[in-house]
Design a protein around this ligand. Structure first.
Ligand SMILES: Cc1cc2nc3c(=O)[nH]c(=O)nc-3n(C[C@H](O)[C@H](O)[C@H](O)COP(=O)(O)O)c2cc1C
Length: 221
């Protein structure tokens, strides 16, 4: 695929087939991701790759934590779920499309809770990734790890693989920290599902639209 076709083809996939992804493939994708730029080249990214029994244990323990202590659904660093316009409308449009496709009516809190919980099963993907950075780095490192993640996602698409970036993994982080022995001086920034899309699943029909350029760009000079 040409570069622009890879960029256009990448979508967040939220239902995967069980087909495995080899360790060699993940290593290859991580090598490419590590070519991402970072401020002063500090390369702050750290990544835990989970598969097999560890992946299943992580899923089990995080979901159990979420059921017993839903109030722990908070990140360790500043985050807000309170959105103002125009972000609120964009977020709602995504939610309406997604939940509509899988038949969850607006206001069905129990079904929405269950569907959001699918994040912690990596949407059934065979491989999950958990991204961390040292806590004493400054906020520029949040950009760096985002670039690493995007490079990884595009490299994956180029190989016919699919992904979903998952902020969900910075919630209920105590269970993730315990299962993966992540040191206390690292923030769990996000997770990612990696595998092959289940193209039959309606959730993968979601099309997250983009704003026209005039909404986002100001040209000077
Ligand atoms: C930093 C970040 C965190 C995200 N967290 C989640 C998440 O926890 N769960 C999820 O289903 N999608 C998550 N997404 C996917 C976004 O919803 C998605 O990228 C957006 O709707 C645009 O759709 P597209 O990726 O298909 O182009 C996340 C994306 C990013 C970049």
């Amino acid at each position: 695929m040409e570069f622009k076709d890879v960029v256009r083809a990448r979508r967040s996939v939220r239902a995967f087939r069980p087909d495995p992804v080899s360790r060699a493939t993940v290593e290859d994708l991580l090598e490419i991701a590590s070519l991402a730029p970072s401020g002063t080249n500090i390369q702050p990214w750290k990544v835990h790759v989970v598969a097999g029994a560890t992946r299943d244990r992580l899923e089990r323990e995080v979901l159990a934590h979420r059921e017993t202590r839903p109030e722990d659904g908070k990140a360790e660093f500043a985050r807000t779920e309170k959105r103002k316009e125009p972000y609120l409308s964009r977020m709602r449009a995504l939610g309406k499309d997604m939940y509509g496709r899988i038949g969850i009516p607006r206001g069905d809190e129990a079904a929405s809770w269950r569907q959001w919980g699918r994040n912690y099963s990596f949407f059934d993907a065979p491989v999950g990734l958990i991204f961390t950075i040292d806590k004493d780095l400054d906020s520029m490192s949040f950009l760096d790890i985002g670039m690493f993640m995007q490079t990884f996602m595009l490299a994956a698409k180029d190989r016919g693989l699919d992904t979903c970036a998952q902020g969900a993994w910075n919630l209920f982080w105590t269970a993730t920290r315990r299962v993966l022995s992540i040191p206390d001086d690292e923030y769990i920034i996000a997770g990612m599902a990696l595998g092959y899309a289940d193209d039959e699943h309606p959730v993968n029909g979601v099309v997250a639209t983009r704003e026209p350029l005039e909404q986002i760009a100001t040209f000077h000079g």
